[in-house]
Design a binder for this molecule. Structure first.
Ligand code: BGC
Length: 737
């Protein structure tokens, strides 16, 4: 009887819907988007609308089969297209046509400080997603680096809202130019993995608006993002996947977001709030590890049966449902039913070339006494020490885990370059992570080891005796408590006894180059005792080639740190349990985490407190040298034009990132010593100069006045600081507002 009723209902909505000569408007690709949405909506039953709002499988949500409107396919992740998974499981399905191009981790992209490369990245990954018939790409992630311990630092774009904001816009636009929605995550104030589903972030409004929201705002307002993912944690005592203030007031209200809000997988926690507080698609409920459920429980999702019950008895309104359904239909018409057909492309040589370029341009030369670029004498021996020279790193780390067509390790690439005239010998040196399988994706490597830690160290030192040079390639990996989703790191000290190993290698007196592969800051107590240090990242399929390109000078390094490398964890701004990892107070159900440090995270903290760091935010050397000259600040319209000339004063072509920081010397609120407000990456031939100019407006001078709820620029003196890192300021030009 019920079925008959909804069938008759469906027929009647179909009958009264407008028809054009070409057929229904929603199927007409050249009809205006909003007309298509309204037309489709007018033909749908309540049940069909509700079906749109929740998952039907691990990574898909329903369309409207009766109307020929396809389902939405979601996919991780920010670094490549996740292999096809089973319908109701995280494990890969075992298809043989879904091995993707693995692009570098987003922290590596951030280290390029290059908007064009971010566009290229977005474009390529968007093509891969479209080819694989995915409509929503679950990325990029742009949470701020509040603590170096966050297990997902490698998936994000560093510690500065301006840098992340400038890079997220072209990424989003690149993805979406392929008819794939970028789902920017994890919104918001989600800065740790420890107890990520049970922690309430207590943040004041100034800090929220100055540090944690700007990159998201840019992604939405400038990038035009079509999707946003709510985060697992709470803010204001409410879960962020249905957080009224974040989603209704700020995202959809202040920023006018017209796309879909997708929950993180298992992040939706309440029947009523799911309906009323801005969530549009509920995904992955029962997968947060907190609550068990029978497999295939989709009908029991908060936005499934409980939602229908609320609609039927009047506790939920049709208007709210229409808003959700419209947003979802809009997403479908923007993606799989877009007016411009897109077909994408997959694992093309161009994609691997892009991955290699981005990986190489994000490598950061931290220190160099001239030992790099590496040149091995004919018949010389290069001793390579460290597990990360050999271990494949694309597999693992959580939801960003990928199955790639191939992965070039550093050792592979070193053999390719040096085997013709020299000897490359590898010693493992230490045992780190022997895992080679994740979600049933296997790297094919066997990382078993029978030697003891002492023996491994002794073997590495012994092998150095006749070496011309030692290249150490170690760091972190993607195992638990390292760069890994779901767990935070416990310290920034290198694991597996690597500090002692590096000290022992440095004591041999041989030239020693250290490559630290990690997605987050590590302490380097031996930094002064080695000849050169390169910060490497999880570089994806082409990581080995990219690294060796830089080590040999085929590519002149131009990456810059997107976060500070502190001397020790205890130097940082988070100094109490109430700040991190949070405390449980009487009478509160959730862990409370107080952002007492306010806006002072990363270099904003170290520079203001004058605490020395190992390597500053924005630092990165080159095989050439650059000079900054002729800095000036001039009024220009409502704002200012800041200019300086950059000259390549060395012998090889290279790129420098000129960075503009603004300093407010006197203000009615405590302000950071300086804040990044502009950067430009400039490629120059030896001897070449170029004038770089930055246009800044009053907002660049402002702080967020929480009481008045607006940005305020107070009259007085400011300084335009131009430099090549937050610590290496080459020109200081005062000006007044
Ligand atoms: C992660 C998201 C991811 C989702 C789907 C969650 O656990 O937090 O970033 O996109 O799973 O895999």
């Amino acid at each position: 009887m019920k079925r008959l009723l909804s069938f008759t209902l469906a027929l009647s909505v179909l009958a009264c819907a407008p028809k054009t000569a070409e057929g229904p408007a929603y199927l007409n690709p050249s009809a205006p988007l909003e007309q298509r949405v309204a037309d489709a909506l007018s033909r749908m039953t309540m049940e069909e609308k509700v079906a749109l709002t929740h998952a039907q499988s691990k990574f898909s949500s329903a369309g409207v089969p009766r109307l020929g409107i396809p389902e939405l396919w979601h996919t991780d992740g920010p670094h490549g297209i996740r292999p096809e998974v089973l319908w109701d499981d995280w494990d890969q399905a075992g298809w043989t046509n879904d091995s993707c191009t693995a692009f570098p981790a987003l922290v590596n992209l951030a280290a390029t400080w290059d908007r064009d490369l971010s566009r290229l990245y977005g474009d390529c990954i968007g093509q891969e997603a479209r080819y694989r018939k995915k409509d929503i790409l679950l990325g990029p992630g742009i949470n701020m680096g509040r603590t170096p311990l966050n297990g997902r630092t490698f998936e994000y774009m560093g510690e500065d809202p301006f840098l992340a904001g400038e890079l997220v816009v072209p990424y989003v636009q690149g993805v979406q130019s392929n008819g794939v929605a970028a789902c920017v995550k994890h919104f918001a104030v989600n800065n740790q993995e420890t107890r990520r589903t049970a922690t309430n972030s207590v943040v004041d409004d100034r800090t929220l608006y100055e540090i944690y929201l700007p990159a998201f705002r840019k992604a939405v307002v400038e990038g035009g993002a079509w999707a946003i993912m709510g985060s697992y944690n709470l803010y204001n005592g409410q879960f962020n996947c249905h957080n009224k203030r974040l989603l209704c007031d700020i995202l959809k209200g202040e920023w006018g977001f017209d796309g879909v809000v997708v929950s993180d997988w298992g992040g939706c926690r309440d029947d009523d709030e799911a309906v009323t507080n801005g969530l549009d698609i509920e995904m992955g409920t029962w997968t947060n590890g907190l609550r068990g459920a029978a497999s295939d429980s989709y009908a029991n999702y908060h936005l499934a049966r409980p939602y229908l019950e609320r609609l039927r008895d009047g506790r939920a309104t049709e208007a709210d449902l229409n808003d959700k359904a419209s947003r979802i239909l809009r997403t479908i018409f923007r993606t799989s039913m877009s007016k411009d057909p897109h077909f994408g492309s997959f694992t093309s040589p161009e994609h691997f070339a892009a991955a290699r370029k981005i990986a190489a341009d994000g490598l950061v030369l931290l220190r160099n006494d001239g030992t790099l670029p590496l040149a091995l004498p004919e018949g010389g021996k290069l001793l390579v020490v460290g597990e990360n020279a050999y271990k494949m790193m694309v597999v693992g780390g959580g939801s960003s885990n990928l199955k790639t067509k191939y992965e070039v390790t550093p050792l592979d690439a070193l053999h390719e370059v040096f085997d013709t005239h020299a000897q490359v010998v590898w010693e493992r040196g230490y045992v780190g992570d022997t895992t080679t399988v994740y979600n049933k994706v296997w790297t094919g490597q066997d990382l078993g080891e029978s030697r003891s830690a002492q023996q491994l160290l002794a073997d590495a030192v012994a092998a150095s005796r006749d070496a011309s040079c030692i290249l150490y390639i170690g760091g972190l990996n993607k195992s638990k408590y390292q760069d890994n989703e779901g767990t935070d790191r416990e310290d920034i000290v290198l694991p597996y006894g690597q500090d002692a190993l590096i000290e022992a290698l440095s004591a041999t007196g041989k030239p020693l180059v250290v490559v630290n592969i990690s997605g987050s800051p590590v302490a380097m107590p031996w930094a002064g005792k080695v000849n050169a240090i390169v910060q490497g990242w999880y570089g994806g399929s082409e990581s080995g080639h990219a690294l060796v390109d830089v080590l040999t000078g085929t590519v002149n390094p131009s990456g810059k740190l997107p976060f500070t490398m502190p001397v020790a964890l205890s130097d940082g701004p988070l100094r109490s349990a109430r700040q991190y990892p949070g405390i449980q107070e009487e009478g509160t159900e959730w862990w409370q985490e107080y952002y007492d440090e306010g806006v002072f995270i990363g270099y904003r903290w170290y520079d203001t407190q004058e605490i020395p760091v190992q390597f500053a935010f924005g630092h990165g050397l080159s095989y050439t040298t650059f000079e900054v000259s002729g800095a000036s600040v001039k009024r220009s319209g409502d704002g200012w034009s800041v200019r300086a000339t950059l000259t390549n004063t060395g012998k090889v072509p290279g790129a420098e990132v000129l960075q503009l920081y603004i300093s407010d010397t006197e203000a009615s609120v405590a302000r950071p010593a300086k804040e990044l407000k502009g950067f430009e990456k400039v490629y120059l031939q030896p001897g070449e100069s170029r004038q770089v100019s930055f246009a800044i407006d009053r907002e660049a001078l402002s702080f967020f006045d929480a009481a008045a709820h607006r940005w305020v620029a107070e009259p007085g003196e400011f300084h335009a600081l131009l430099g090549t890192s937050s610590a290496d300021i080459r020109a200081d030009v005062p000006f007044t507002l």
